[in-house]
Design a protein around this ligand. Structure first.
Ligand SMILES: NC(=O)c1ccc[n+]([C@@H]2O[C@H](COP(=O)([O-])OP(=O)(O)OC[C@H]3O[C@@H](n4cnc5c(N)ncnc54)[C@H](O)[C@@H]3O)[C@@H](O)[C@H]2O)c1
Length: 328
């Protein structure tokens, strides 16, 4: 058995749990100090993380949002784990130049985000948030109406949802919408099983759900002409990134009634001013970038990173290794 002194030491500043944490503890001595347990928020910049690595004498660092750049990469690290699909908090080029393997966690939050997309569609379609507000305000009967008059909706079963983007989240959303009895169509220029072009999808879908990554090609891909093309009364959902749409065009489409409602989990700058027109719209449901926020997401990334590290330490080449060239 390996002597404790020969075991790697892993500094983990990401939330880490479940089977992945057990695996990691089999492989290494673990210092677990997740950022998510800190109040106020603690995000290490590269100098702070380098100092913490020195203080712990760590050989492996596993992070979620801390900056793995500059001085961190001057440490003789065995491996870096970035608990994200896109390890954009790591200077991968510099890590590669220093021969340090970088692991990532693709698809860790796909189920979580897909569940929120379904939640937003149900909430927008049935006016759940506005109805809840009426109950809490003692306004079940308002302006001479009963709720049944104000909250009539169209059922989702038998209607069509259009998924824009068929990656990890889009695929996790597909079977869930099918489970609601919906017909699912999809547009993704890079997926063989996508069924529609974007234009055709927009014209056919009763609900449009956004799931592409932000790239130069997808930035602003839903603007005034695209909202105009959607079916009257369609619901627009964006659990991906606000950069995919033109927010002013979305507001105008909602104000004109071109579309029927929206469910949004992300805003430019991670914040929506309270005076923003979207805030006053009862047919819009707004959540603050919580799509991936489940304990299961953490268990998933823990398993992906720990299994990848086990394979690396055993001399293998894990699928989630970002820079396999360091092994050659
Ligand atoms: N709300 C949250 O908390 C949360 C959490 C995780 C991911 N996300 C976001 O969800 C989105 C999807 O994440 P993912 O993990 O499924 O990514 P992914 O890389 O697995 O999938 C992205 C998909 O977009 C497709 N795509 C690229 N260009 C396209 C285009 N022009 N039209 C249509 N599709 C296009 C790609 O082919 C790919 O299939 C990303 O924007 C991501 O940032 C949000």
């Amino acid at each position: 058995m390996t002597a404790v002194a020969d075991r790697p030491k892993a500094l983990v500043t990401a939330p880490f749990r479940g089977e992945g944490l057990d695996t990691l503890r089999d492989l290494a001595d673990v210092v677990l100090d997740p950022w998510i347990d800190q109040q106020p928020l603690r995000l290490y910049d590269a100098d702070q993380l380098a100092a913490r690595i020195d203080a712990e004498d760590a050989d492996v660092v596993i992070v979620e949002t801390d900056s793995v750049k500059g001085p961190v990469l001057e440490r003789p690290l065995l491996a870096i784990g970035s608990c994200r699909g896109d390890p954009n908090n790591v200077d991968v080029e510099a890590a590669t130049a220093r021969g340090i393997p970088v692991l990532r966690a693709p698809g860790r939050n796909a189920d979580a985000v897909a569940e929120l997309a379904v939640a937003l569609l149900l909430a927008v379609n049935r006016g759940v948030v506005a109805a809840d507000a009426d109950v809490r305000a003692g306004e079940v009967y308002r302006d001479g109406t009963i709720p049944y008059q104000r909250f009539r909706a169209r059922q989702l079963a038998g209607r069509t949802v259009g998924l824009v983007g068929l990656g990890a989240v889009g695929r996790a959303a597909r079977w869930r919408f099918e489970g609601l009895g919906m017909r699912v169509i999809a547009s993704d220029p890079y997926a063989d099983d996508a069924t529609h072009t974007l234009d055709d999808l927009l014209a056919e879908a009763d609900a449009v759900s956004m799931h592409p990554m932000v790239t130069p090609e997808t930035t602003g891909m839903i603007g005034a002409p695209q909202f105009e093309r959607m079916k009257k009364g369609a619901v627009y959902l964006n659990t991906a990134r606000a950069a995919l749409h033109d927010t002013d065009a979305l507001v105008a489409a909602l104000q004109r009634g071109t579309i029927g409602g929206a469910g949004l989990d992300h805003f430019e700058g991670e914040h929506l001013p309270v005076e923003h027109p979207l805030v006053g719209m009862s047919n819009v449901v707004l959540t603050p970038h919580i799509g991936g926020a489940t304990y299961d997401t953490e268990a998933n990334h823990s398993k992906l990173i720990a299994d990848g590290l086990a394979e690396l330490l055993a001399g293998g080449k894990p699928d989630n290794l970002v820079n396999p060239e360091v092994l050659t």
